[in-house]
Design a protein around this ligand. Structure first.
Ligand code: ADP
Ligand code: MP5
Length: 274
């Protein structure tokens, strides 16, 4: 064990790049750094993207994805991992196979399906493959409301629906589920958390009236993953990550003309009040 191991564990994000710097791999690296975990990464695909939308996407060839996994796992002591945009069934399978091959633990699956600018980042077949091959290997899955509706095959209108959908998703073989409520319109944003010990609760925060929410989902799942790498239990990791996001979403960067990015790094300055 290295000297800094206790304070700065190593984690892995497996996702797409965002040339606009706000979501995907960029959000994950910045978040993990702010949460004091070292972030390695496997880029599954490249997007040409800005705060307005995704202009193009290019999933990478299998060979270079496999090679990235091999390089990372040959050298780093990966304590947790998270997935983001995975594009299609073939790429979900490549990722699922590598996670199995390297026995990657503490996996958080953020089932990214549609970008804030409304471009699809996962095909319908990709969703099916995620349910079959990836979610059963995860410790936590973190859909937003539209993603939870697709995964669970039901409409979600209230908290009872959230609970029912979370139970369906748990039934795919993932012990812990968060359904994120950012896509609602209520003054209070409600995330529903279903834990493996049957405990469930709501995480509520005042809705911030902002369009600068590019990468919020990536940031939440990356922060949870960072805390899991530190050996923090799932329940505490979720609450801490939610608190972190609630802070930084109030102080975004005024960059770009669309869904602007968060400022993940500011957390470490501790200059903001909750
Ligand atoms: N306007 C907002 N005000 C406060 N919290 C928000 C807001 N939008 C999203 N969140 C929080 O950000 C996280 C991501 O939510 P959501 O936008 O639903 O996911 P995604 O980015 O995957 O679409 C959740 O924890 C949610 O509660
Ligand atoms: C490469 C990549 N990964 C994830 C997202 C989702 O982020 P958002 O929902 O904020 O658009 C994205 N837009 N691009």
């Amino acid at each position: 064990m290295q000297e800094n191991d206790e304070q700065y564990p190593e984690a892995l994000t497996i996702a797409g790049s965002d040339s606009g710097g706000g979501a995907g791999i960029s959000a994950d690296i910045k978040t993990m750094q702010a949460c004091k975990t070292f972030s390695t990464y496997v880029i599954v695909g490249v997007t040409a993207q800005n705060t307005l939308n995704v202009q193009a996407q290019y999933p990478l060839p299998k060979k270079i994805i496999d090679q990235q996994f091999a390089s990372v796992l040959a050298d780093f002591d990966i304590r947790s991992a998270k997935t983001g945009a995975l594009f299609n069934a073939e790429h979900v399978k490549i990722v699922a196979d590598n996670i199995r091959k390297y026995k990657i633990q503490n996996l958080v699956v953020d089932p990214v399906m549609v970008a804030k600018g409304e471009t699809r980042l996962l095909t319908n077949d990709g969703v099916k493959m995620m349910i079959k091959g990836l979610i059963p290997q995860a410790e936590l899955v973190t859909p937003n409301l539209p993603e939870a509706e697709i995964l669970a095959g039901q409409k979600i209108n209230d908290e009872a629906d959230m609970q029912q959908a979370a139970k369906t998703i748990q039934g795919f073989g993932c012990p812990n589920v968060i359904i994120k409520g950012g896509h609602g319109t209520n003054a209070i944003v409600t995330d529903f958390v279903q834990l493996k010990n049957k405990k469930s609760y709501l995480l509520k925060s005042r809705r911030i009236n902002t369009k600068r929410t590019h990468g919020t989902g990536d940031t939440l799942s990356a922060a949870i993953s960072a805390y899991l790498a530190q050996g923090i239990d799932m329940d505490t990791a979720i609450k801490r990550a939610h608190g972190y996001l609630a802070k930084i979403i109030k102080h975004p960067l005024y960059i770009g003309h669309g869904h602007g990015p968060l400022n993940q790094g500011e957390w470490s300055n501790s200059k903001y009040e909750v």
